[in-house]
Design a protein. Structure first.
Length: 365
C-alpha cells in the first residue's frame, strides 16, 4: 500500500502542517532556480529570499537555515554566551521539542516560565525568573516567546502584550527572540503586516515548511551584527549550505503564493472545531481556534487517547495524542472543507470504536 493511503482512499493527515507537500508550481520554481555557493554568499536565489524576508519583517539582515530548531538555536547562541539564562515558556516548542540544544551545545541555562492559556508569559513571572545580582546565580540574557503558540492551540500573542514584553526586556537589559514558526498565521489572524509583529523582537525565526508548504527551511532575521554572528554559528554547527537556491526558491514561491491562502486554513480549522464540538464524547480545548490548530480531549477517562488515535487512523484520519489526554489536529494546504467534515464524521465513529476497545479491556480484567 503506498504511504499516505488507506486502501483506495488517501489519508486525511492532520498531524501537523509540516506534512504539507510542495505544489507543482513550487517544485518547478525550485528546478529553475539560479544557483551559486551560499557559504560564499554567491547564491542569487538565497540572497533574494533573505532580502525579501528582511523587507517583509522590517529587519536588517537574514540567514537561511535548514530548520526552525536550528534558527532558534542560532538566535539563542548569538544573543547569549555560555552560562547565560534563557527564559522560555514551559509549553514552548523551544523547551519541549528542540532537544535542549542551547544547553547541550552552547552551555545555556533554560529557565521554564509558566505558560498562560493565551500563550503569554506573564510579566510578573518573567520578573520572578530574574535572579538577584548574586555570583551563585546564572545571569539572564534572553526572553524567548512563541507566536502563534502551538501547545496553546495556535493562540496569537496580541500586539499589546508584545509591547509589554519588549518593555520588560529593555528594562531588564535582556534581548527578546520570537519563535515565529507560524508568524504569518498570526499576522493573518490579526490582519496586520508581519513586520508589525516582528518589530517587538530583536530576532525572529520563521518557518517555510509548515503552512507555507515549502519542503524545507526556516529563516532567522535580526540586526546585521546579530545575523553575522548567527551565520558564523551556522557554519560551526554544520549548517552551511552550497547551492541552497533550490531550497530558497521554494521559500520565494511561498512568500508570493502561500501566505494569502492561510486564511483558508483558519477557516477549515474553525469548521473542524465546530463539527467536533457536536461529536458526543469529545470535549474541545479550542472551540473557537484563532488560527489552524484544534485541540480536544475524550470525555470518558476510561478511553485511552492512543486507542482513539488508532481507531481514527483506521477510519482514514491521522491526528496526534499529547500528554494529559490532549489530541491535536492541524489544518493546512491540501486539506479541504469536505475533508474536515469527513474527519469529524470519522471522529464520531472512532469514539465508539475506542469505547468498545476500552470496554473489552475492562471485561478481560
Amino acid at each position: 500500500m503506498p504511504p499516505g493511503t488507506l486502501g483506495e482512499c488517501p489519508l486525511i493527515d492532520l498531524r501537523s502542517d509540516t506534512v504539507t507537500l510542495p505544489p507543482a508550481a513550487m517544485r518547478a520554481a525550485m528546478a529553475d532556480a539560479p544557483l551559486g555557493d551560499d557559504v560564499y554568499g554567491e547564491d542569487p536565489t538565497v540572497n533574494r529570499l533573505e532580502a525579501r524576508a528582511c523587507e517583509m519583517l522590517g529587519m536588517e539582515a537574514a540567514v537561511l537555515t535548514t530548520s526552525g530548531t536550528l534558527a532558534n538555536l542560532l538566535a539563542l547562541m548569538a544573543h547569549c554566551g555560555r552560562g547565560r539564562k534563557v527564559l522560555v515558556g514551559d509549553q514552548s516548542d523551544a523547551w519541549l521539542w528542540e532537544a535542549g540544544g542551547g544547553a547541550v551545545l552552547a552551555g545555556l541555562v533554560y529557565h521554564p516560565v509558566p505558560t498562560q492559556p493565551s500563550g503569554e508569559l506573564a510579566i510578573e513571572d518573567l520578573e520572578a525568573a530574574i535572579d538577584p545580582d548574586d555570583p551563585q546565580c546564572a545571569v539572564a540574557g534572553l526572553v524567548c516567546l512563541e507566536n502563534t503558540h502551538t501547545m496553546c492551540g495556535g493562540r496569537v500573542l496580541s500586539l499589546g502584550y508584545l509591547a509589554e514584553a519588549q518593555a520588560f526586556a529593555r528594562r531588564r537589559g535582556l534581548r527578546l527572540h520570537l519563535d515565529g514558526a507560524r508568524l504569518f498565521n498570526a499576522a493573518t489572524a490579526l490582519g496586520v503586516e508581519p513586520r508589525a509583529i516582528a518589530s517587538f523582537a530583536d530576532t525572529v525565526s520563521i518557518c517555510l515548511s509548515k503552512g507555507l508548504a515549502a519542503p524545507v527551511g526556516s529563516i532567522l532575521v535580526g540586526t546585521a551584527p546579530t545575523i553575522a554572528q548567527a551565520r558564523r554559528l551556522r557554519k560551526l554547527l554544520g549548517g552551511g549550505m552550497r547551492q541552497a537556491g533550490v531550497i530558497a526558491a521554494a521559500g520565494l514561491f511561498a512568500f508570493d503564493h502561500m501566505i494569502a491562502r492561510l486564511v483558508d486554513d483558519h477557516a477549515t480549522a474553525r469548521t473542524l472545531a465546530e463539527a467536533l464540538s457536536r461529536v458526543p464524547g469529545l470535549v474541545l480545548d479550542t472551540p473557537r481556534p484563532e488560527t489552524n490548530i484544534v485541540f480536544w480531549r475524550l470525555a470518558d477517562p476510561a478511553i485511552r487517547p492512543e486507542c482513539f488515535v488508532q481507531a481514527l487512523e483506521a477510519e482514514g484520519v491521522r491526528v496526534i495524542a499529547f500528554a494529559r489526554g490532549r489530541i491535536r489536529a492541524v489544518t493546512h494546504h491540501g486539506i479541504s472543507m469536505d475533508e474536515v467534515s469527513r474527519a469529524a464524521a470519522a471522529a464520531a465513529r472512532a469514539v465508539d470504536r475506542a469505547a468498545q476497545c476500552a470496554g473489552d479491556s475492562n471485561d478481560k480484567e
